[in-house]
Design a protein around this ligand. Sequence first.
Ligand code: B12
Length: 294
Amino acid sequence: LLRIGELSRRSGISPERLRAWERRYGLLHPTRSAGGLRLYSLDDLERVRTMRAHVESGLAAAEAAALATAAPREPAAPAVGTVLDATAARTELAAALERFDEPAAQAVVDRLLSLATLDTLLAQVVLPYLHDLGARWKAGDLSIAAEHFATNVLRGRLLGLARDWGRGDGRRALLACAPGEQHDLGLIAFGLALRARGWRIDFLGSDTPLPSIVEVARATQPELLVLSAVRPQRFRALGASLADLGRAHPVALAGEGARRFRPPDGTEVLLLTGDPVAEAERVSARRYPRPPGP
Ligand code: B12
């Protein structure tokens, strides 16, 4: 079952438009999660895709909806978890990337996205693969070229999936790597997992100077500002500015650096020490009110 963000991503239709199609044409038949969230089926996805195709071919929305709701349904894709063998998928992805075969790697990702949610793809395939890649590179089992090639193909693909993650009126998150930090893959994965939970993402990427982060945060007033780093020194280097930031906005520190960082007394920051998908789930479960200020 898919949440609205995932349905939107897979169908290419914005959440606002999906809600309108549901309300006006009865196109979707969501069930509710225990927490009251709407959950959509693969049949719903299929109807949205059919309706989209009819609208793009020039039909009026009402006609397109009538055809989509009447159309005999394709057999639904197999349920998540029953088919996806994550180990086999990682092996296949690794084999394609490590023979420098970009189209084959993209095809593996395409197929996985048709079988599983983005969360599953990230948590069970892409993130463990990247981690393993790093370990092998460090052990000298993989060339720098192979590591660069694989991470760049996956980074490009993840950013492709991120298209439009800044759209809509969802809870707003501002994501940046700490000054000096270049590792942004975990942060991108986190942004995608938040987006799948309805958040709106502003992404500043690698090595963002603190004054720029402050400036954007002032303008966008994020519900959560997340800084990521591999080394705790990057957070330590922020010194007293980190406490100032935490007084102005709800701030979280993430990545390997957050595991090894102890915020100085009086610094109000949340530490996200788990993996990007688990932490996206955790932060989505509660609200982050603005701090009272300096
Ligand atoms: C890809 C990579 C690069 C790429 C980064 C590309 C990019 N756009 O991100 C490039 C080539 C630029 C790079 C550069 C460097 N790298 Co590098 N890199 C890696 C590599 C191979 C993979 C990192 C990665 O993205 N992993 C995928 C993430 C998701 O997994 P993870 O890092 O294990 O993170 C886990 C958690 O920390 C958490 N997490 C991570 N990020 C986030 C974010 C959020 C929001 C949340 C909630 C959770 C979270 O989720 C993961 C678990 O699922 C690792 C090897 C490794 N073992 O990780 C080295 C590694 C991180 N790099 C390392 C080093 C030393 C460097 C360089 C200094 C090398 C050099 N001499 O130039 C530079 C530093 C550049 C800089 N100033 O930051 C070291 C860091 C060691 C340390 N602790 O200090 C590592 C560990 C390699 C090693 N074993 O020596 N690197």
